[in-house]
Ligand binder design. Structure first.
Ligand code: UDX
Length: 432
C-alpha cells in the first residue's frame, strides 16, 4: 500500500519505518528541510534503539522515502497518517491542535481520488469530526474517510511496541476504510495483536483513557511505596502480590520517581480539559496529577533524611537524568525539579547519562556532566540511581567508589537491599 506519514517526530518516523519494513511503500514528510536531509543520510533526530538500522535498510531498498513536498506526497498515497505534535497550550492545559488542523487544510487540496486520512497524533475526542469538517469544505465526502488510529508506543521500546502491539485500535464507521486498514495491519494481527474496530470518538478516547490509567497505576504504587517505607515492608512484594491478580496485572506497578515524558503529563491534563467542557469532573485523574507533582518533593525530603539534613557542599551524583531509560528525552523528567532544588540547598551535583550532556543543566554552575560511570561516582557523598539503564545494573560500587562514606539512593530499586547490606554498602531504595 502507498502510505504517507506527515510529521517525522517520534510517532511518524517509527510508524513509517515499521510500515515500510513490512512491505509498504512509505513516504515520510516534514516541513523541516534539515531533518529530511539528515534522514536521507541515515541521521536520526531521536534516540531510539533499532530505529537507525531500520531507516537505513528501508531507505536503501527504496520502500522508505523522505520529502518536504506535502502536496506530492499526499497525491501519490492512499493512506495519509497525521503524526504532528499536539503539545499542551502555553496558556491552558488543553492540547494545541493548530498543527493538526493546518495539515488538514493542506491535505484537502491534494485529494483527487479516495484517501483514508488517519490521526495517529494523540488528539482530543471529536478532533476527527473537526478534520472531516475542514476537508469537506473543499472535497466531497465520497473522496475521503477520516479515521482515528492511536499509537501506543513507548519511547525506548517503540520498534517492539509497534511490531508486537497488544491491540490495534481503528476508529471508523466506514466499512471500506476499516477493511483496507485491517489489511494494512494484517502482519500484526497474524502475530496475535487484537484488532478493534470502534467509533472514531471512542478510539480517540481510548488513547487518553489508557495513558491516564497507566499514570494512575504508577502514582498509586508510588503512594503505597511511601507507606511501605514507614512500616518496613518492601513495595516490590506488594507489586508482585497485587499484580498476580489478573484484574490488576503486574506491569506499570514499579515505584520510582515522578512519572514524566512526552505523554503522561500532557495527556492527563488534556483529558481533564476535555471533560471540563462537558462539566464532568475527572477527580481521580486530577489527584493523580497533584500527587505526581508532589512526588519529587517527597523524594527530595528523603534525600535530606538520608544525608541527615546536611545537603550543603555534599557531592551528589545522578546516574541517569532523562525521564526513563533508553531515551534521550528530558521532557518532564523529575531531575528538572530535583537537581535545581539540590543545588539551591548548596549541593554540588554531577551526573552521568548514557545519552550525554543535557542542555537543560548547562546554565547551572554547580552541575557537571561526567564522562563515564566511574568518574561520576568515584568521589560522591550520595549516588542517586535515577533511571534504570542496563549500564547501571551491575556496577561494582566497592571497586569504583573511592569515598568510603558514600551512600546510594536507588530510586528504581535496581539492586537488592540484602546484597548491598552484605557488601556493607549504605544503601536506600524506594518503598522499602
Ligand atoms: C507512554 C505510554 O506507555 C505509551 O503507550 C504512549 O503511547 C506514550 O506514553 P512513554 O512516555 O514512552 O510511553 O514511557 P513509559 O514507559 O510509559 O513511562 C512513562 C513514565 O512512567 C516514565 O517516567 C517511567 O519511568 C514511569 N514508570 C513507568 C514508572 O515509574 N513505573 C512503571 O512501572 C512504569
Amino acid at each position: 500500500m502507498k502510505l504517507c506519514m506527515i510529521g517525522t517526530g517520534y510517532v511518524g518516523l517509527v510508524s513509517g519505518v515499521c510500515f515500510s519494513d513490512f512491505g509498504n511503500d512509505v513516504i515520510c514528510v516534514d516541513r523541516d528541510l534539515n531533518k529530511i536531509k539528515n534522514l536521507k543520510k541515515g541521521i536520526i533526530p531521536i534516540y531510539e534503539p533499532g530505529l537507525e538500522e531500520l531507516v537505513i535498510k528501508n531507505y536503501k531498498n527504496g520502500r522508505l522515502k523522505f520529502s518536504t513536498d506535502l502536496k506530492m506526497s499526499v497525491s501519490r498515497s492512499d493512506i495519509i497518517f497525521i503524526c504532528v505534535g499536539t503539545p499542551t497550550k502555553k496558556k491552558s492545559n488543553a492540547a494545541d491542535l493548530s498543527q493538526v488542523y493546518n495539515v488538514a487544510k493542506e491535505i484537502r487540496n491534494s485529494i483527487s481520488k479516495f484517501k483514508i486520512i488517519i490521526t495517529k497524533s494523540t488528539v482530543p475526542v471529536m478532533t476527527g469530526d473537526e478534520i472531516e469538517k475542514i476537508i469537506s469544505q473543499k472535497k466531497t465526502k465520497k473522496l475521503f474517510s477520516v479515521v482515528s488510529n492511536p499509537e501506543f508506543l513507548r519511547e525506548g521500546e517503540a520498534i517492539r511496541d509497534f511490531s508486537y502491539p497488544d491491540r490495534v485500535v481503528i476508529g471508523t464507521a466506514d466499512r471500506r476504510a476499516n477493511q483496507i486498514l485491517k489489511n494494512l495491519y494484517s502482519p500484526l494481527i497474524s502475530k496475535g495483536a487484537k484488532y478493534i474496530n470502534t467509533s472514531r470518538r471512542a478510539a480517540e478516547l481510548i488513547k487518553y483513557a489508557s495513558n491516564a490509567f497507566l499514570a494512575t497505576k504508577i502514582t498509586f504504587i508510588n503512594e503505597i511505596a511511601n507507606l511501605c517505607e514507614k512500616i518496613n515492608v518492601n513495595v516490590e512484594d506488594i507489586s508482585i502480590g497485587m499484580g498476580l491478580d489478573k484484574r490488576i496485572g503486574g506491569r506499570f506497578l514499579r515505584a520510582g520517581p515522578a512519572y514524566g515524558g512526552s505523554c503522561f503529563p500532557k495527556d492527563t491534563k488534556a483529558i481533564i480539559t476535555t471533560a471540563n467542557q462537558y462539566d464532568i469532573n475527572l477527580s481521580v485523574i486530577k489527584s493523580v496529577i497533584k500527587s505526581n507533582k508532589n512526588r519529587s518533593s517527597i523524594l527530595l525530603k528523603r534525600v535530606s533524611e538520608i544525608l541527615k539534613g546536611k545537603i550543603k557542599n555534599k557531592k551528589i551524583c545522578f546516574l541517569g537524568v532523562t525521564f526513563k531509560a533508553n531515551t534521550d528525552d528530558m521532557r518532564d523528567s523529575s531531575t528538572l525539579l530535583m537537581i535545581p532544588s539540590l543545588i539551591k540547598k548548596g549541593a554540588k551535583v554531577n551526573y552521568y547519562d548514557p545519552t550525554g550532556l543535557k542542555r537543560e543543566f548547562v546554565k547551572y554552575k554547580n552541575v557537571i556532566c561526567s564522562k563515564d560511570i566511574k568518574s561520576a561516582i568515584a568521589e560522591s557523598d550520595l549516588i542517586i540511581i535515577h533511571t534504570e539503564w542496563n549500564d547501571f545494573k551491575s556496577i561494582n560500587f566497592k571497586l569504583l567508589v573511592k569515598n568510603k562514606k558514600s551512600i546510594i539512593f536507588d530510586m528504581r530499586n535496581i539492586y537488592s537491599s540484602i546484597k548491598m547490606k552484605k557488601l556493607n554498602i549504605n544503601y536506600f531504595g524506594v518503598g522499602r
